[in-house]
Design a protein around this ligand. Structure first.
Ligand code: SF4
Length: 311
């Protein structure tokens, strides 16, 4: 028997419908940039959890070295066919896509935005790589086209950030959110958060949601701590295994987050699944797509979770 699911949270699909009037798909493009945790500025091996080789950035990597327009043209036919989408956003997903001089950033963003099939930009970056001139450029573009800044905050707790080898503090993220709120009101900021590190405090999800509420961010994207091959975490875990969250524990964290989050903030994703399951060491449920999806949905429904109920 089919039954109606009550809406537990503001889903990304509704936000896209409200913003663009229909199904919209992100086309991954490679900016050709790197990260301060990869080029030796802060570190060389990347953040402790990050396996760019195995991530969905794979698609973007195929286009590295190609002009932005050529990358978009190469991917669009397949996406149109496969997902039946009619609206597209250029997605600078992998690495730190504001980690360059303004002239270069302007050139790649404007090239993507001027593609006739592209309705806007999604730009992934780190909170320590958005100086004011970059924010001002984003705001200038956002007054002409849709701009979403995907900000990899991961945690608002310093012990976790240190353990994840992020190379920036929680205060750095708060400063970035503050400056974005003040200088870039047209930019749709979406904050990426990761829960399940052994260093997380029991209040990590609740506190993170309440911080987002203060800065007028538009969206949040959640993922669980995953231990993937070829990462610092994998090496640590093999030397001395540490606990990761069970699916039930993670669902509880997601519920805490949602209940403390303003109902005006959309949720783009509640968990991640490993792109290459054989490379996911833990937690095992990260290898599946539908098991965590259904479990988290049922958990939220059974608990009567409502976004913002405890904010
Ligand atoms: S998590 Fe982001 S900032 Fe860190 S190494 Fe990976 S792409 Fe770079």
């Amino acid at each position: 028997m089919q039954y109606e699911l009550a809406e537990t949270h503001y889903p990304y699909s509704r936000y896209l419908e409200e913003t663009f009037g229909g199904k919209t798909y992100k086309v991954v493009v490679a900016s050709g940039l790197t990260c301060p945790t990869r080029d030796g500025t802060l570190a060389k091996e990347g953040c402790a959890f990050c396996d760019l080789r195995g991530s969905s950035s794979f698609f973007g990597k195929k286009g590295r070295g190609l002009a932005i327009t050529a990358q978009i043209d190469a991917r669009l036919p397949e996406i149109r066919e496969r997902f039946r989408a009619t609206r597209f956003l250029a997605y600078f997903q992998s690495y730190t896509n504001t980690y360059s001089d303004i002239d270069y950033l302007r050139s790649i963003y404007e090239e993507a935005a001027s593609h006739p099939e592209i309705q806007g930009l999604c730009i992934g970056t780190r909170p320590d790589c958005i100086p004011d001139p970059v924010i001002d450029l984003l705001e200038e573009l956002a007054q002409k086209t849709y701009v979403s800044l995907e900000l990899g905050v991961q945690s608002f707790e310093d012990p976790t950030l240190e353990w994840l080898a992020r190379g920036h503090s929680a205060q750095c993220s708060i400063d970035a959110l503050q400056r974005l709120a003040e200088r870039a009101p047209h930019v749709h900021t979406c904050v990426h958060l990761m829960f399940g590190s052994p260093m997380d405090s029991p209040a990590a999800a609740r506190d993170a949601a309440r911080i987002l509420n203060r800065f007028g961010v538009r969206g949040a994207k959640l993922h669980q701590l995953m231990i993937l091959e070829h990462t610092i975490l994998a090496r640590r875990w093999k030397e001395q295994p540490f606990p990761t969250l069970s699916l039930d524990q993670y669902a509880q964290v997601v519920a805490d987050f949602i209940e403390n989050l303003s109902p005006s903030i959309y949720l783009e994703r509640l968990f991640a699944n490993a792109t290459h399951k054989e490379e996911c060491l833990a937690p095992e449920w990260s290898r599946e797509r539908w098991t965590p999806h259904n479990h988290i949905r049922d958990f939220l429904q059974t608990r009567g979770c409502r976004q913002g109920a405890r904010q």
